[in-house]
Design a protein around this ligand. Structure first.
Ligand code: FVH
Length: 283
């Protein structure tokens, strides 16, 4: 069913979102601080609002995708939010989302926060996911339209939940990047071809390791960190060995050292018999 939807913010991501809504047959009104960025969308049938107030007045569903939360509140400050659903897809922190949800509610609007797990090129393609939290009734009413941009998944009534999960997923990604960088530096120090190492050795290994993560999650959720495989004491010796090997190869183990510190701390408490999942209790 075609809906009236406003999109505020036509950067790389906002433009991709507006394009996907137009392609799905919705009536899209757009606003951007720099108006010229709307031109390609106008050619595809979007209407341009002269002000954020006009854009908000045009549609029950208002999608906002700006630089940061400060720019969101300054943009929406004078807008008539009563009766509107504000779906804010700007990246931010959980505390900012909760604060903005209250700010929107004070003005009579409903709030959804969204964490975009995609780059602009992925929008409206398989694999793109947007996590939502906040008003479940608002999500239910607009799920069809939201699904035009990416798979839409509601994660809870706490507006901070979607940004928290977004940050958690980025944390997993940065951990993986840290491992890649250290491994690549070690391999490069020995002159082995890096592309060959990454595609034929590292990626299959990481995929096999990733398949174990749901089991780790069960351990962390239950608090039962007992293990019959490699315990913390074995891993402490293993990481110690890694750090020595890095130094002998003339490579800095700087991204590994924080992990080593947490393993050392846990084993120093006499918990070396536990598995690595127990490290969560130190964080
Ligand atoms: N691009 C990506 O891959 C990531 C994927 C995950 C989610 N992020 C977040 O999406 C937000 C927008 O990102 P973007 O890629 O669209 O960013 P830009 O292309 O730099 O566009 C920024 C837009 O924000 C407008 N803007 C900036 N400051 C203000 C302000 N003070 N008042 C009003 N609007 C403002 C800017 O306007 P203009 O410069 O064109 O006039 C753009 O519309 C972001 O949270 C990412 O973390 C994207």
């Amino acid at each position: 069913m075609s809906e009236n939807i406003s999109v505020l913010g036509l950067g790389l991501m906002g433009t991709a979102l507006a394009e996907s809504l137009l392609a799905a047959g919705h009536q899209v009104t757009v606003w951007n601080r720099t108006p010229a960025k709307a031109e390609p969308l106008l050619a595809r049938g979007a209407k341009q609002a002269a002000t954020p107030e006009e854009a908000v007045a045009a549609s029950p569903l208002v999608i906002v995708c700006l630089l940061d939360y400060q720019s969101v509140t300054s943009t929406l400050a004078g807008a008539p939010l009563s009766g509107r659903v504000v779906a804010n897809l700007t990246t931010g922190r959980p505390a900012e989302a909760r604060e903005l949800a209250a700010w929107v509610a004070e003005r009579g609007g409903e709030y959804l926060d969204g964490g975009i797990m995609a780059v602009p090129q992925m929008i409206a393609r398989p694999g793109a996911l947007i996590l939502y939290s906040g008003s479940e009734p608002a999500f239910d009413r607009h799920e069809g339209a939201l699904s035009a941009m990416a798979e839409a998944r509601f994660t809870g009534a706490d507006p901070g939940m979607a940004p928290l999960l977004d940050l958690a997923m980025l944390t997993g990604m940065y951990g993986q990047i840290a491992g890649l960088l250290e491994a690549a530096a070690l391999v490069r120090s020995a002159g082995y071809p890096l592309t060959e190492f990454v595609s034929s050795l590292l990626v299959p290994w990481l995929n096999a390791m990733a398949a174990q993560q749901p089991l780790w999650a069960e351990k962390m959720a239950s608090g039962d960190h007992s293990t019959e495989v490699s315990n913390l004491e074995i891993n402490r010796a293993g990481v110690e060995n890694l750090v020595r090997a890095f130094r002998e190869q003339g490579v800095k183990p700087d991204l590994l050292l924080p992990l080593k510190a947490v393993i050392d701390q846990r084993t120093a408490r006499g918990l070396g018999h536990e598995g690595l999942s127990g490290l969560i209790e130190e964080l």
